[in-house]
Design a protein around this ligand. Structure first.
Ligand code: AMP
Length: 203
């Protein structure tokens, strides 16, 4: 079945995912934001829960990662490319559930890193190789420190997404985000949120 998601230039595997989830057409925010995210521009989106906001950014960001899709079991073939930071574990898990559905037709790996499970077990999971990590901002800080000393390389991280950035800022993590982004390695493909952009958000 052809859906109006075709307008977004999403690869057919992702359009298939929206079709099998029963998405007949993009929601208003998806229609406006997805084409912009696909071009790799910085974007601040404000949308209510229930408007399809997780798909707004996950589908275009997966599209940007599609060429990394492979069936290898080697961790070297599944390097970390996308970090998604949230204020809460509940939201991280919701995003993880959406990624599981959207990735049905693509061979990209993801992990949700939250409190509750011993961090060493979660780090073991990361060492098996993942392209996408979803984690809370508090664990994200810890994660960077741990990963810096571990085998998992951060130098391929291309994209950082802050979901519910307003809540992350409300709970006082502004400096953490800025430090966090500064600590990520720069590479040609980086398109991190600029600190000046965050500064505006914080004012
Ligand atoms: P969210 O706002 O991301 O929490 O999405 C709320 C619900 O809407 C989730 O169950 C999504 O799977 C669903 N959803 C997202 N986009 C669409 C769409 N274009 N058409 C129908 N349902 C959608």
């Amino acid at each position: 079945m052809e859906t109006v998601f075709s307008f977004t230039d999403l690869r057919h595997q992702l359009i298939n995912a929206t079709t099998s989830l029963g998405y007949q057409q993009p929601s208003a925010v998806q229609q406006k934001a997805m084409p912009i995210i696909l071009t790799g521009k910085y974007l601040l989106v404000i949308a209510q829960t229930g408007t399809g906001k997780i798909a707004v950014y996950t589908l275009p960001l997966l599209e940007r990662l599609k060429h990394q899709s492979n069936h290898s079991v080697s961790p070297e073939r599944h390097l970390l490319r996308l970090l998604i930071l949230t204020p809460t574990c509940k939201l991280a898990e919701q995003i993880g559930a959406s990624l599981t559905k959207f990735l049905y037709h693509l061979s990209l790996k993801h992990a949700v890193i939250c409190g509750g499970t011993p961090i060493t077990l979660q780090i073991d999971l990361l060492h098996q190789g993942v392209e996408i990590v979803v984690t809370t901002i508090t664990i994200g800080r810890l994660l960077i420190d741990i990963l810096k000393q571990s085998a998992l390389k951060l130098n391929k991280v291309e994209m950082v997404m802050l979901d519910e950035a307003d809540k992350i800022l409300d709970i006082g993590f502004f400096n953490d985000i800025v430090n966090y982004l500064r600590n990520l390695p720069k590479n040609d493909k980086s398109y991190y949120f600029l600190p000046s952009f965050l500064q505006q958000l914080n004012s």
